[in-house]
Design a binder for this molecule. Structure first.
Ligand code: SAH
Length: 244
């Protein structure tokens, strides 16, 4: 009996140990590589390749884009792709905008410390976080409750304090908090919502994509002067529709 047991034990270890070793050699490094993925480095590369090379200038905006952890605003299975040059799905048929678009819109409204900014289309909360990092007081409206709740949680987890998230219809703006120094619309209406222009301060700027659903839209910059509106067409873009 004894002899049999002694004989079985080494056989068992002979079979099992290599298996354990394989697991340690292959699975563990794979997992470590995923966990230790250098998001900071990916973010620096994103800023260099996608933003600076394409002409985003303000150092404050570049610094915000280098710092806000974009990967925390995308679903877990997308985190490895968070820094690619593309919008990404965030569920419910919505997307987080491409990094360049976020930086470009932020640059165009001249977001800076102390500004009161309204965002329409909270989505993941990423654009709101970038504005908050720049020192803006951010009011952001999201139509879909599930996204509003999720974005608010992400922003709280990351300790962004100067952001108020509301679930509601962006066409109405946020009258109680108006007027705003700037308005940034991240879903595309078919025409410029009058109510939002009303809620813009004189001298304020609004950036928004305008155009038909599922087609190319035009990114427009609106500047409100005393009695007039100056409208500048910036670039063709593609955003999810702003739902009526
Ligand atoms: N700024 C976001 C991306 C926005 S995607 C980010 O940084 O992740 C556009 C968002 O606008 C979607 O979440 C969509 O649900 C929302 N949306 C569409 N129509 C809307 C409306 N009428 N009012 C408020 N939000 C709206």
């Amino acid at each position: 009996m004894n002899i049999k047991i002694k004989k079985q034990y080494p056989e068992f270890t002979n079979m099992v140990m290599p298996l354990f070793i394989s697991v340690f050699l292959f699975v563990l490094p794979y997992k470590t590589a995923l966990m230790a993925q250098d998001f900071d480095k990916l973010r620096d590369e994103m800023v260099e390749e996608q933003l600076i090379k394409r002409g985003i200038k303000p150092e404050t905006v570049l610094e915000a884009m280098r710092t806000v952890p974009r990967h925390r605003f995308v679903p877990e299975n997308m985190q490895n792709n968070a820094y690619i040059d593309s919008p990404l799905p965030i569920g419910l048929e919505q997307t987080i905008s491409q990094p360049y678009i976020v930086a470009y819109m932020t640059e165009q409204i001249e977001a800076a410390k102390g500004m009161k900014v309204l965002e329409i289309g909270t989505g993941s909360g990423y654009q709101a976080a970038v504005l908050s990092y720049l020192g803006c007081e951010v009011y952001t409206i999201e139509l879909l409750e599930e996204l509003a709740v999720r974005a608010e949680k992400t922003l709280n987890d990351l300790n962004y304090k100067n952001i108020k998230v509301k679930c509601g219809n962006g066409y109405l703006g946020w009258a109680e908090e108006a007027p705003f120094d700037a308005i940034i619309v991240t879903a595309a209406p078919e025409k410029i919502p009058e109510e939002l222009i009303e809620q813009l301060k004189t001298g304020g700027k609004m950036i928004l994509p305008v155009g038909p659903v599922n087609s190319l839209q035009l990114l427009k910059l609106i500047t409100k002067r005393n009695r007039r509106i100056i409208e500048t067409n910036l670039a063709p873009v593609r955003f999810v529709p702003m739902v009526e």
